[in-house]
Write a new protein. Structure first.
Ligand code: C5P
Length: 236
Protein backbone atom coordinates (compact mmCIF):
# COMPACT_ATOMS: atom_id res chain seq x y z
CA UNK A 1 0.00 0.00 0.00
CA UNK A 2 1.46 3.31 -1.11
CA UNK A 3 0.51 6.64 0.48
CA UNK A 4 -0.22 9.33 -2.08
CA UNK A 5 -1.48 12.95 -2.15
CA UNK A 6 -3.31 14.70 0.68
CA UNK A 7 -7.06 14.86 -0.06
CA UNK A 8 -8.27 16.76 2.98
CA UNK A 9 -6.81 18.61 5.95
CA UNK A 10 -9.16 19.08 8.90
CA UNK A 11 -8.47 20.79 12.22
CA UNK A 12 -6.88 17.72 13.83
CA UNK A 13 -6.62 15.05 11.13
CA UNK A 14 -5.49 14.79 7.51
CA UNK A 15 -6.60 12.26 4.92
CA UNK A 16 -4.40 10.90 2.11
CA UNK A 17 -5.14 8.85 -0.99
CA UNK A 18 -3.43 5.49 -1.51
CA UNK A 19 -2.69 3.44 -4.61
CA UNK A 20 -6.00 1.65 -3.89
CA UNK A 21 -8.95 4.00 -4.55
CA UNK A 22 -11.05 2.22 -1.91
CA UNK A 23 -8.53 2.90 0.89
CA UNK A 24 -7.32 6.09 2.59
CA UNK A 25 -4.68 6.96 5.18
CA UNK A 26 -5.95 8.95 8.16
CA UNK A 27 -3.25 10.96 9.97
CA UNK A 28 -3.92 12.06 13.55
CA UNK A 29 -2.02 15.32 14.10
CA UNK A 30 -1.03 16.99 17.38
CA UNK A 31 -3.15 20.03 16.46
CA UNK A 32 -5.94 20.59 18.95
CA UNK A 33 -8.76 23.04 18.36
CA UNK A 34 -11.85 24.21 20.22
CA UNK A 35 -14.56 26.82 19.79
CA UNK A 36 -14.74 26.38 16.00
CA UNK A 37 -10.98 26.76 15.64
CA UNK A 38 -10.72 29.93 17.74
CA UNK A 39 -8.48 28.14 20.27
CA UNK A 40 -5.67 26.16 18.63
CA UNK A 41 -2.60 24.47 20.11
CA UNK A 42 -0.11 21.73 19.32
CA UNK A 43 -0.13 19.09 22.04
CA UNK A 44 2.79 16.72 21.92
CA UNK A 45 1.90 13.00 21.52
CA UNK A 46 -1.81 13.71 21.05
CA UNK A 47 -1.79 12.33 17.48
CA UNK A 48 -0.33 9.02 18.63
CA UNK A 49 -2.66 8.76 21.64
CA UNK A 50 -5.79 9.47 19.61
CA UNK A 51 -4.75 7.17 16.76
CA UNK A 52 -4.31 4.22 19.13
CA UNK A 53 -7.40 5.11 21.17
CA UNK A 54 -9.49 5.24 18.01
CA UNK A 55 -8.12 1.92 16.75
CA UNK A 56 -9.02 0.26 20.05
CA UNK A 57 -12.60 1.59 20.06
CA UNK A 58 -13.20 0.88 16.36
CA UNK A 59 -12.02 -2.72 16.93
CA UNK A 60 -14.39 -3.09 19.88
CA UNK A 61 -17.29 -1.74 17.83
CA UNK A 62 -16.48 -4.04 14.91
CA UNK A 63 -16.50 -6.98 17.35
CA UNK A 64 -20.09 -6.10 18.27
CA UNK A 65 -21.08 -6.09 14.59
CA UNK A 66 -21.04 -2.33 13.94
CA UNK A 67 -19.71 -1.61 10.44
CA UNK A 68 -16.79 0.86 10.57
CA UNK A 69 -14.36 2.30 8.05
CA UNK A 70 -11.34 1.30 10.18
CA UNK A 71 -8.99 -1.26 8.63
CA UNK A 72 -5.78 -1.25 10.71
CA UNK A 73 -3.11 0.81 12.42
CA UNK A 74 -0.24 1.70 10.07
CA UNK A 75 2.11 3.41 12.53
CA UNK A 76 1.95 5.63 15.64
CA UNK A 77 -0.04 8.42 14.01
CA UNK A 78 -1.67 6.86 10.95
CA UNK A 79 -4.45 4.35 10.30
CA UNK A 80 -5.73 2.75 7.13
CA UNK A 81 -9.46 3.29 6.55
CA UNK A 82 -12.00 2.51 3.85
CA UNK A 83 -13.01 5.45 1.71
CA UNK A 84 -16.56 6.64 2.50
CA UNK A 85 -18.90 9.17 0.93
CA UNK A 86 -19.46 11.10 4.16
CA UNK A 87 -22.89 12.43 5.10
CA UNK A 88 -22.60 16.14 6.06
CA UNK A 89 -24.02 15.60 9.55
CA UNK A 90 -22.74 14.90 13.06
CA UNK A 91 -24.68 12.64 15.43
CA UNK A 92 -24.38 13.36 19.14
CA UNK A 93 -25.51 10.85 21.78
CA UNK A 94 -25.70 11.98 25.41
CA UNK A 95 -26.03 9.91 28.59
CA UNK A 96 -25.49 12.90 30.90
CA UNK A 97 -26.10 16.62 30.42
CA UNK A 98 -23.03 18.73 29.58
CA UNK A 99 -21.77 21.24 27.03
CA UNK A 100 -24.20 22.66 24.51
CA UNK A 101 -27.17 20.67 25.84
CA UNK A 102 -26.75 22.20 29.30
CA UNK A 103 -26.40 25.66 27.77
CA UNK A 104 -29.34 25.26 25.39
CA UNK A 105 -31.88 23.86 27.83
CA UNK A 106 -30.51 25.02 31.20
CA UNK A 107 -30.02 21.43 32.38
CA UNK A 108 -27.37 21.11 35.12
CA UNK A 109 -24.13 19.44 34.05
CA UNK A 110 -24.09 15.79 35.11
CA UNK A 111 -27.85 15.18 35.15
CA UNK A 112 -28.60 11.67 33.88
CA UNK A 113 -30.45 11.55 30.57
CA UNK A 114 -32.78 8.58 30.39
CA UNK A 115 -33.35 7.67 27.63
CA UNK A 116 -30.14 9.06 26.14
CA UNK A 117 -30.68 12.00 23.79
CA UNK A 118 -29.81 11.84 20.14
CA UNK A 119 -29.13 14.99 18.11
CA UNK A 120 -28.06 15.92 14.58
CA UNK A 121 -25.81 18.87 13.72
CA UNK A 122 -24.87 20.15 10.28
CA UNK A 123 -21.13 19.88 9.62
CA UNK A 124 -20.31 23.47 8.77
CA UNK A 125 -17.50 25.49 10.33
CA UNK A 126 -18.81 28.69 8.70
CA UNK A 127 -22.22 28.23 10.33
CA UNK A 128 -20.85 26.92 13.64
CA UNK A 129 -22.34 23.42 13.21
CA UNK A 130 -25.99 24.33 13.82
CA UNK A 131 -28.40 21.79 15.28
CA UNK A 132 -30.77 20.39 12.62
CA UNK A 133 -33.80 18.12 12.58
CA UNK A 134 -35.03 15.33 10.33
CA UNK A 135 -37.18 17.68 8.28
CA UNK A 136 -34.13 19.83 7.42
CA UNK A 137 -32.21 16.71 6.49
CA UNK A 138 -34.95 15.48 4.15
CA UNK A 139 -35.63 18.86 2.56
CA UNK A 140 -31.98 19.74 1.96
CA UNK A 141 -30.97 16.19 1.03
CA UNK A 142 -28.39 15.78 3.83
CA UNK A 143 -29.68 12.24 4.56
CA UNK A 144 -32.63 10.10 3.50
CA UNK A 145 -35.26 9.01 6.06
CA UNK A 146 -33.81 5.50 5.85
CA UNK A 147 -30.26 6.75 6.53
CA UNK A 148 -31.56 8.81 9.45
CA UNK A 149 -33.12 5.69 10.99
CA UNK A 150 -29.93 3.70 10.42
CA UNK A 151 -27.76 6.42 12.00
CA UNK A 152 -29.99 6.42 15.08
CA UNK A 153 -29.96 2.66 15.34
CA UNK A 154 -26.17 2.40 14.92
CA UNK A 155 -25.52 5.28 17.34
CA UNK A 156 -27.62 3.56 20.00
CA UNK A 157 -25.82 0.26 19.38
CA UNK A 158 -22.52 2.12 19.82
CA UNK A 159 -23.89 3.50 23.08
CA UNK A 160 -24.86 0.07 24.38
CA UNK A 161 -21.40 -1.31 23.60
CA UNK A 162 -19.36 1.62 24.91
CA UNK A 163 -21.35 2.48 28.04
CA UNK A 164 -20.58 -0.95 29.49
CA UNK A 165 -16.94 -0.85 28.42
CA UNK A 166 -16.44 2.52 30.12
CA UNK A 167 -18.49 1.60 33.21
CA UNK A 168 -16.32 -1.49 33.74
CA UNK A 169 -13.32 0.87 34.11
CA UNK A 170 -15.21 3.16 36.54
CA UNK A 171 -15.70 5.75 33.82
CA UNK A 172 -18.85 7.62 32.77
CA UNK A 173 -19.35 8.03 29.02
CA UNK A 174 -21.12 11.40 29.13
CA UNK A 175 -21.54 12.13 25.41
CA UNK A 176 -19.87 11.70 22.03
CA UNK A 177 -20.07 12.62 18.40
CA UNK A 178 -20.24 10.15 15.52
CA UNK A 179 -20.06 10.62 11.77
CA UNK A 180 -21.29 8.20 9.14
CA UNK A 181 -20.66 7.65 5.45
CA UNK A 182 -21.65 5.31 2.65
CA UNK A 183 -19.89 2.49 0.84
CA UNK A 184 -22.00 1.12 -2.04
CA UNK A 185 -25.13 2.38 -0.29
CA UNK A 186 -24.24 0.78 3.08
CA UNK A 187 -24.09 3.11 6.10
CA UNK A 188 -20.73 2.78 7.87
CA UNK A 189 -19.25 4.52 10.94
CA UNK A 190 -16.46 6.86 9.83
CA UNK A 191 -14.23 9.61 11.23
CA UNK A 192 -12.88 8.78 14.71
CA UNK A 193 -13.77 7.99 18.29
CA UNK A 194 -11.22 9.61 20.56
CA UNK A 195 -11.17 11.85 23.66
CA UNK A 196 -11.24 14.80 21.22
CA UNK A 197 -14.85 13.93 20.33
CA UNK A 198 -16.39 12.60 23.52
CA UNK A 199 -16.78 13.48 27.18
CA UNK A 200 -15.67 10.98 29.82
CA UNK A 201 -15.58 11.47 33.60
CA UNK A 202 -14.08 9.41 36.37
CA UNK A 203 -17.09 7.83 38.07
CA UNK A 204 -15.79 8.40 41.60
CA UNK A 205 -14.05 11.78 41.42
CA UNK A 206 -15.92 13.36 38.48
CA UNK A 207 -12.56 14.30 36.97
CA UNK A 208 -12.82 15.22 33.27
CA UNK A 209 -10.60 13.10 31.04
CA UNK A 210 -11.50 14.49 27.61
CA UNK A 211 -11.24 17.60 25.45
CA UNK A 212 -13.02 19.71 28.08
CA UNK A 213 -9.57 19.76 29.75
CA UNK A 214 -8.37 21.73 26.72
CA UNK A 215 -11.56 23.81 26.30
CA UNK A 216 -11.57 24.78 29.97
CA UNK A 217 -7.77 25.16 30.35
CA UNK A 218 -7.53 22.42 32.99
CA UNK A 219 -4.08 21.23 31.83
CA UNK A 220 -2.68 17.69 31.46
CA UNK A 221 -4.75 17.15 28.33
CA UNK A 222 -2.76 14.39 26.62
CA UNK A 223 -1.80 12.80 29.96
CA UNK A 224 -5.51 12.49 30.76
CA UNK A 225 -6.35 11.06 27.32
CA UNK A 226 -3.62 8.48 27.81
CA UNK A 227 -4.67 7.59 31.35
CA UNK A 228 -8.25 7.19 30.11
CA UNK A 229 -7.06 4.91 27.30
CA UNK A 230 -4.95 2.78 29.65
CA UNK A 231 -7.94 2.27 31.97
CA UNK A 232 -9.92 0.94 29.01
CA UNK A 233 -7.09 -1.36 27.92
CA UNK A 234 -5.49 0.66 25.10
CA UNK A 235 -1.78 -0.07 24.70
CA UNK A 236 0.29 2.99 23.79
O1 C5P B 1 -20.56 20.84 22.33
P1 C5P B 1 -21.53 19.71 22.60
O2 C5P B 1 -21.94 19.60 24.02
O3 C5P B 1 -22.72 19.76 21.66
O4 C5P B 1 -20.72 18.40 22.24
C1 C5P B 1 -21.26 17.10 22.44
C2 C5P B 1 -20.18 16.06 22.21
O5 C5P B 1 -19.83 16.02 20.83
C3 C5P B 1 -18.89 16.35 22.96
O6 C5P B 1 -18.33 15.13 23.39
C4 C5P B 1 -17.99 17.01 21.92
O7 C5P B 1 -16.62 16.78 22.18
C5 C5P B 1 -18.44 16.33 20.64
N1 C5P B 1 -18.35 17.19 19.47
C6 C5P B 1 -17.35 16.97 18.52
N2 C5P B 1 -17.26 17.76 17.41
C7 C5P B 1 -18.11 18.77 17.22
C8 C5P B 1 -19.13 19.01 18.15
C9 C5P B 1 -19.22 18.21 19.27
O8 C5P B 1 -16.57 16.04 18.67
N3 C5P B 1 -18.00 19.51 16.12
Amino acid sequence: MEKRQQLYRGKAKSVFATDDPSLLVMLFRNDTSAFDGKKMEQLERKGMVNNKFNAFIMDKLAQTGIPTHFVRLLNDEESLVRSLAMLPVECVVRNRAAGSLSRRFGIPEGQELNPPTFEFFLKSDELGDPMINESHMATFGWATPEQIEQMKELALRVNAALKDLFAAADLVLVDYKLEFGLIDGELVLGDEFSPDGCRVWDRNTGEKLDKDRFRQGLGNVVESYEALGRRLGVQF
